[in-house]
Design a protein around this ligand. Sequence first.
Ligand SMILES: [Ca+2]
Ligand SMILES: [Ca+2]
Length: 334
Amino acid sequence: MKTVFQKLFPRAAMGVACAAALTSGVASADEHVLVLLDRTGSMQLESVPGKTRFQVAKERINAFLDIVPPQPTKYAFWTFEGSSYTQVYSFTQNKTAAEVKAAVNAATLGGVTPLAHSVCAAVDALINYLPNEFHSKRIYMATDGEENNTPTTDQCYGPSSANPYPSLDTNSWQWKVRNKACTGSANAPGPCSGGIPPAGLTLIVDIDHLYDFVPFQADLVTEDAEDPRARSGFAAATLANNDAAFFGGLSNETNGRYAGITPSTPPAQATPVPGDATGDGCVNVADRSAVLAQYGQTVPAGTPTDFNRDRIVNIYDHNTVLQNYGRGCTTTVK
Ligand SMILES: [Ca+2]
Ligand SMILES: [Ca+2]
């Protein structure tokens, strides 16, 4: 278990600790979640049929904010485009999930993509917010990738890695972002489990990646090598697939959740309803049964029944089903 909270409370004691907190009203450690929304121009491209990448990203963030969190949560909400990021809300503003949702829904599209710059600044914001207390820390980024505008003076500026994750080129932007998220320093490789000084904080990175998946077809590229359009198509596909490998790897290393959403992703999974563990777009008895079947279990990141992403299926996930019961269903099953 990687979060500070979970380090403090060993797995066997977790149920007891949660139960004690519920009955006594004693506050446990908080979770600090920085939501980072890509609002660059390419987010206007179509994702699943009838919805832009931007719309899908917004709906997914909305769904995340509708789950029942496992502990008190403080939110920050940033967007990025152009030359930098915008701090729409900082942690110290103490905004509610509903206020963050409203701001997410009001976000508009802009220009180019300072992705590395924004992620690394977000890591700093999380490290520096209440640095001497024990809290879980999470970045939740929705993006279509394609980093192209981090300032050359930035801590995480670098060329794109020629080699895909995990063999990232030293000093590439991907290498620096990965190091930053894991060790707190862009130029310091090290295990994500080592903890970021001074408190030994570990950071979770969740990424929703909205892109077009293009299968890797070496034969086709060789035959069409004379066609500039084929080459550029191949380059774009390589870029998207390398982004997918990097984002997936970074999420995995930090015990976060990666979701790749392409135009062929089933709509109910592209824009999930909170509480829908079965992925059919409807919250009903089947979802409750799915949660109960894994109740009390520690599960891998991304497990559908673990709505609040703390890698434990318990009362909070069950409450997420109950609070959203009937949502998305054409016929209500009680
Ligand atoms: Ca369902
Ligand atoms: Ca959970």
